[in-house]
Write a protein that binds this ligand. Sequence first.
Ligand code: MRU
Length: 368
Amino acid sequence: MRENIANLRPIWTDPGEGTVKVIDQRKLPHAFKVMDLETVDAVIYAIREMVVRGAPLIGVTGAYGVYIATANGGDRAKDDAWLAGVADRITAARPTAVNLAWAVNRTLAAVLSEKSVQNRINRAWREAGDITEEEAENSRRIGRHGLSLIMAAAEKKSGGPVNILTHCNAGALACVELGTATAPIYAAHDHGIPVHVWVDETRPLNQGSRLTAWELGRHGVPHTVITDNAGGHLMQHNMVDMVIVGTDRTTYTGDVANKIGTYLKALSARDNHVPFYVALPSSTFDWTISDGLTGIPIEARDPDEVRFAPSKPRIPDHLLVPENSPAANFAFDVTPARLVTAFITERGICQATETDIRRLFPDKRYLP
Ligand code: MRU
């Protein structure tokens, strides 16, 4: 079966009803369920519990959260301080991906530039819609730029597939369309370039084996799910031509926060001379942090996500550890810029250095 994954959007609106709908990603790949987001609390729940996840998508969802607050707030929607408080609550739902704060603050600023409640509601709806469409366009551009890297790799393969390793899900489900890491892969596949993807399962919530494999399978992209620790072995045996991952927050100096385990892939890639690419839209750059290791907040999630197989309800059969063993659940790690071969952005490809990032994004406000 082959479907056009570009048509899959994990978030959409019903403009007539003014409602926001999302795919409940916790249920995939076994069930396709849609959740209506009707209150700010529902938005916060969806982001924190990972009904929606992935940096660009939680940004878009947060932007619609500001709309929902404004539309449902009655007279409180006139109160700038109340709106700012709601925006802070939404932003706090997940700390690592900078897209969330970026999109929420952008929508809040747009709302606050209007006076009447009705104008504020209309403005919030428009701003969230604009962010959605911009992220979709960013993914298309990332796909076009990344395609050149896969084409160059294909030329060295004399017809054999380009083997690409990816971690977590930086696909359409994490964005609005196409994904970030997966956008060049879809572009290459659609151009008839043979590709094969090694999909890290990505414990503990298995975004790779549940979501990336589901997406790639729907689109007809050849792929193989591997355990999280297999990548080093594959690279030692020349079975990986490149790594492409997404990111949740990247400093303007090039340090990359992404799903836990990304750093180990970057180390293996460097040791085995495998190019390590990071695909990201500009909304994932943090223009205020220079040192990723000390500056990027790393989310610590519920240890039970590690202790139990990813399924609910949590029943003893699904307990993976001795009953009394504690667990720790660091959700992200930071890959230093020196291990990154290049960034694939909507404006093109650049080195993971402050100089080259500034070359591509001279218009951003860098701090300090
Ligand atoms: O915890 P998650 O599933 O939200 O983590 C997602 C990732 O780590 C992705 O790689 C990242 O958000 C890039 S999304 C295009």
